[in-house]
Design a protein around this ligand. Sequence first.
Ligand code: C2E
Ligand code: CA
Ligand code: CA
Length: 738
Amino acid sequence: MPWDFNGLVSQHDWLVILAGLVCVLAVALGFCAASLWSYRRNWKQLNESSGWLDAATENMNQGLCMFDAQSRLMVWNERYRSMYNIVPDRIWRGCTVRDLLDARIAAGTFPLDPAGYATQLEAALKLGETFILTVELADGRIINVVNRPIQTGGWVATHEDITERKIAERELEDARAFLDTIIENVPSPIIVKALPEKRYVLLNRAAEIHLGIKRETMLGRLARDFMPPDTAAIIDANDQRLIETGETIFRDEHAIVTPGNGTRIATSTRLPLFGPDGKPQYLVSVIDDITDRKRSELRIEHMTHHDALTDLPNRAAFNSCIAATLELAAASGESFALLAIDLDRFKAVNDVFGHMVGDVLLREVARRMETVCAGSFLARIGGDEFAVITPTGPQPAVAEGLAARLNAAFATDLEIEGHMLRVALTIGVGIYPQDGADAATLVANANAALFRAKVEARGSVRFFEVAMDKQLRETRVLQEDLRLAIQRDEFVLHYQPQAHIDGTVTGFEALVRWRHPRHGLVPPSTFIPLAEENGTIVALGEWVLRAACREAASWPLPMSIAINLSPVQFQYDDLPKLMHQVLLETGLSPKRLELEITEGVLIGDFTRAVAVLRRLKNLGVRIAMDDFGTGYSSLSYLQSFPFDKIKIDKAFINNLSHSQHSATIIRAVIALGRGLNVPVTAEGVETEEQLKFLAAEGCDEIQGYLFGRPEPIAEYAVIVGRAPADAKPRFKLVGKAG
Ligand code: C2E
Ligand code: CA
Ligand code: CA
């Protein structure tokens, strides 16, 4: 007992005090027990919550670090360590920011400047601000770091790997940019308007071009702000309809007057895009501007039915028209006429003045004809061929009137590029139904009439007659016979002497004849044009060349031999090569050979023709210009090639007695030859009078019936140095006996 209370307190009081003490003790004990229990409970709670916290931090998707006010690491989770591959030894409770950064640098997971980072972080925290940054690691991961200050001082840092999110964002951005690029570059105009105001919110480049106005002028505005009023009204009405129905609207081909691109033809599709409220929010228009396509379609359509040079309807259009007119006439029992028209001597114009002038001439001719043919159908069928289909009406009066007006229209010269040119139309007429109840027959018969007109007189008009048809048919048959004539050995050569003005025969011109099995001797003026038309002239020409050279080579005297060449031979064959071959084969000296060509050779591909002529001349043969004075007799021809002879056409000699004009021309040609130092031959000399005139004018050579007609060579045996003709039977007998 530490205190002695015996003398001071009674036993009763002692007991009271003792009881009091016991009570106090009990209370104290109770209190202690309560405290202990409470402490135990708190401890447990604390432990429990720390476990929760651990579990939370360790299961976080983010890396977590907590720093105290002295910037020392207090808490971190495993995610943080592993995220940056920090070696476990290099992270500890209490380490500094710098320690951590060094550990990360060692692991290769801190791509920034550590000092700079620390400074920025410190500065932000000092201001109580959250410091956020996104770091891209060397391995490509992207980490979002948030350093957030906490009240107790220090801060919490979270590190979130946002690589996938970033990639997805970038992909989205890329996709958006990609779509923008596509929309911008789609060749169809695309326009988007925001509803309900219908303000323009998107236009691609094609839309800008289509409307011919910059998008800055349109964006945010309404159609009526910049579109022509009528256009704006139509657009508005269409948009309104779409808003009301909510349906996609397709507008087929329509014209739209644009603000800056004139009238365009387009088709359009308008569709609504609905908002979350189910109402149309945007209006998309996709337009197909088909103006250019339409134009080229129209142009192609036009081209398929029109001739590019004259813009007249072409052969295809002619065929359609005649079919339609036939149908109409058949139904109404009326008559109409078909005029087949040929432009006289167009080829010569083309050649002498060039294709450019030829083209202008054709266009001008077309215009003149068009004026006359108003009300009829005029077409250009080919080169210089035209056709007119008259309207139904009394025939042949309508056709006669039209043909007369056509001819009259060309009575005056045409001025083409400074040249005064005179052209004439030769016209053949066929009348429905008597000259043909179908297109093919009517066309054939109008052509037969034209053919006849051309033969008779260029510039004339002929109506079809049944006899013509027969004649045309015969011509075709003759042309077929021509193909076989060489194989059948039906051609023979006649030779006509060519003499010096004093009468000395210097050589012969070979002239071909056709011994037709039924028609007898056909003159070359009949069959040469036919052979040229169907190409048989190439084989025929080759035959003439061989036969004439062989013949001349066999003559005892070295007389010259002249051979005619057709223009067609120049076009189709390697003439110099053939010539060379024939000279070698026959052994004829090229010096004895003279080739006669006409202007026709130089018509068309002039450059090529001159090149061929030069190659021929290089073989050593001479080249003569035949029929000079007919055609255009352009001086340019004589200048373009060194001809060895000029032959004046027989028509001038023939006209000498009654035409002063002919005498003048002959004089001029002789003077020309003298000037160019080229000998001149006069053809078709039949009389002494003509000879006297030519001699007086200084003509060098002559050819004509006066000196000898074209005959089989036997007739001229003595001249070529053979025994006279009457000695022939002897040889024949020997030949027969052999
Ligand atoms: P060309 O070359 O002008 O031939 C001259 C023509 O005038 C020949 O007619 C001849 O018989 C004729 N002639 C000659 N002297 C006189 C005369 O004094 N008075 C009259 N009125 N006529 C005379 P041909 O033989 O009928 O030949 C006509 C045309 O046929 C030739 O005209 C020539 O262009 C062509 N030709 C003839 N043979 C050939 C040939 O082998 N090849 C080619 N490509 N054409 C030929
Ligand atoms: Ca000739
Ligand atoms: Ca001639």
